[in-house]
Design a protein around this ligand. Structure first.
Ligand code: GTB
Length: 217
């Protein structure tokens, strides 16, 4: 059955791979599932046809036969649950990997998004300069904890899993800030994720959409 996802017609990041279709593309590449992409404009995202797929009028969505999903956590979990490659078979190891998916989305991503919003949406407010250090410190707190847990390991729970895919995807948003470089093991963790062939294919595919150039690989 054909898998179709949605992505920005033009991502505001110009193809840096920060929009959330990138993590879904990456998951599909990891498990070797071909997929099609329907590009949507900001206006189309708020129209009834797209709202029927995504109640909040966002990307990405995922369609496969009669199934339509939204929320990258749910989409990546679905992909990982139906194909080999992103979750271990052993029930306990699987539960640990899934725990890291949730940790990425509900514990690590929120302060990172708060920082992005503080910089992009609130930077011109009179109180912004005073607030920003607090927001940065909340990110640092999480990174310090994550760094301590990762230690010298390559991945968070044994072999690479959907938990790492999600955590790396979340951390990528920090790359331009340089904050990650304060935690050498996290910077190396991110680089390991980005070096995966499946990540590169996913990145190149979204870049091609945003630059109009076909993927090179
Ligand atoms: N919780 C949802 C999920 O994980 O699927 C969040 C989905 C979401 O935030 N989608 C964003 C969207 O559709 C795109 S990814 N926004 C349009 C809207 O809400 O109207 C967020 C994003 C956008 C742009 C950049 N960037 O340019 O760097 C990075 C991330």
């Amino acid at each position: 059955m054909t898998i179709t996802i949605t992505a920005f017609e033009r991502s505001p990041d110009g193809g840096k791979g920060l929009a959330r279709d990138a993590r879904v593309r990456w998951a599909l590449e990891e498990v070797g599932q071909p997929y099609e992409v329907r590009l949507v404009s900001f206006r189309a995202m708020k129209e009834p046809a797209h709202l029927a797929l995504h109640p909040f009028g966002q990307i990405p969505t995922y369609e496969e036969g009669d199934l339509a999903l939204f929320e990258t956590g749910s989409i990546v979990f679905h992909i990982a649950g139906h194909h080999v490659g992103l979750l271990p078979d052993d029930p306990d190891a699987r539960a640990r990997a899934i725990t890291w998916m949730f940790a990425a989305l509900s514990t690590v991503e929120p302060p990172i998004l708060e920082l992005a919003n503080a910089r992009l949406l609130e930077g011109d407010k009179p109180w912004s300069r005073e607030r920003l250090p607090l927001v940065v410190d909340r990110v640092r707190d999480r990174l310090k904890q994550l760094s301590a847990r990762l230690g010298r390991a390559d991945w968070l729970a044994g072999g690479f899993s959907a938990g790492d895919l999600m955590m790396v995807s979340v951390l990528l948003r920090l790359k331009p800030s340089g904050i990650l470089d304060e935690y050498a093991n996290l910077a190396a963790y991110l680089a390991r994720g980005e070096a995966r062939p499946a990540y590169k294919r996913a990145f190149d595919a979204q870049l091609a959409v945003n630059t109009g150039k076909p993927p090179t690989g």
